[in-house]
Design a protein around this ligand. Structure first.
Ligand code: TRP
Length: 360
């Protein structure tokens, strides 16, 4: 980022691969979260060690309704499990239950440079016109994110495009820690430089994302004031069908090729949603609906969406109806996460040189 040396810091990290990702417990989840994140997370658990964290420490960087925080945390955990994350294979836990996150974030606050963090565009977006009134936590949010990942020496981080800059910061922090504290403690490759895993939807158009149903140039978002812009995981069949029927299209015809969707963001989005839900390439969707009108296409899409989401929302409701069981699952995952992070933190304290610290 600042000096080129940060990027040249080649990393010969020898440890095992680990996947880490985080989701904030704010607002309810929608189709974009499901297809863009949860469903992919569930696939990763089959060939990677994965930790999926509900980042409630990040949530309090902005004003939150504290009475709802615990329930929203359960809501995200239920969504992970409903999307197929198996708690016997992957961790699903609340960030606040594992102290390493906050502890390492402090050390990293002393590694990261003001200039690096000041460059983060998400802070500028979130703090808006009145950055002076933003919490210090919001400013140092991406430093906590680096700590999330590196407390477990995670090597791969599935995230959306919008998190690429934060991940670069994580790499810079890891590289600087390794450089600054590598000698004399002898840990030049202590932390891995974590890589983003940014996949297009289901192998279709590279970098494709689920966009708003009302504006194909904007990401589907839980903070969009229009509920019609998104399909929530808790919407019932009628609501899903209604939102798809009302989704914005254009005055053209159903395209025949993927290239013909260029410059037609609303159509590309609906085709992309269909493809991702049915697990087929975009072109197959187009072949199936050649010569069709948007009306019948939308009816077919609504059917696919209702069918695909029903088992997810049913399972989510089942998990949420037994919060004690959900809490037990999260507590077991948090225990496992602590077991991974504690030796890393013991080494970190020792490397920094704190009194009384011992290497693990
Ligand atoms: N900042 C991420 C987002 O808004 C959430 C997050 C927090 C995260 N910690 C993380 C993502 C660690 C990946 C890894 O989406």
């Amino acid at each position: 980022m600042t000096d080129a040396a940060d990027h040249q810091a080649s990393n010969d990290y020898q440890g095992p691969d680990r996947v880490f990702s985080g989701v904030q417990p704010t607002g309810s989840l929608h189709l974009g979260n499901y297809l863009g994140a949860l469903k992919k997370f569930a696939r990763l658990q089959h060939d990677h060690d994965c930790l999926f964290c509900i980042v409630d420490l990040h949530a309090i960087t902005m004003p939150v309704d504290r009475a709802k925080l615990a329930d929203q945390t359960r809501h995200i955990a239920a969504a992970f499990l409903a999307a197929g994350v198996d708690p016997n294979k992957a961790g699903v836990y609340a960030q606040s239950a594992v102290p390493a996150h906050a502890e390492l974030a402090w050390y990293f606050n002393c590694v990261a440079r003001m200039g690096w963090v000041q460059r983060m565009t998400q802070f500028k977006d979130k703090s808006g016109k009145n950055a002076e009134a933003a919490s210090v936590g919001l400013f140092t949010y991406p430093v906590l994110q680096a700590a999330d990942i590196l407390a477990f020496k995670a090597t791969h981080v599935p995230v959306g495009e919008d998190q690429k800059q934060h991940l670069e910061l994580s790499r810079d922090i890891a590289a600087k820690f390794n450089r600054d504290f590598g000698e004399p403690a002898g840990a030049p490759n202590f932390f891995p430089l974590p890589e983003p895993l940014i996949q297009g939807l289901n192998g279709n158009r590279a970098g494709a994302r689920i966009m708003s149903l009302r504006d194909g140039t904007k990401k589907m978002s839980k903070s969009d004031p229009s509920d019609a812009s998104r399909i929530n995981l808790t919407d019932d069949a009628d609501m899903i069908a209604r939102k798809i029927r009302k989704a914005k299209t254009d005055t053209g015809e159903m395209p025949v090729t993927v290239e013909a969707m260029e410059g037609r963001p609303e159509i590309a989005n609906l085709v992309g949603i269909y493809a991702a839900l049915a697990d087929i390439p975009d072109q197959v969707v187009l072949d199936r609906h050649q010569g069709s009108q948007f009306g019948p296409f939308k009816t077919a899409l609504a059917e696919v969406a209702v069918e695909a989401l029903r088992p997810v929302s049913d399972l989510m409701r089942r998990y949420l109806s037994d919060p004690d069981e959900l809490d037990r699952i999260m507590a077991r995952s948090a225990d496992a996460a602590r077991e991974i992070s504690e030796p890393v933190m013991a080494d970190v304290r020792h490397i920094i040189g704190f009194h009384g610290s011992r290497a693990s």
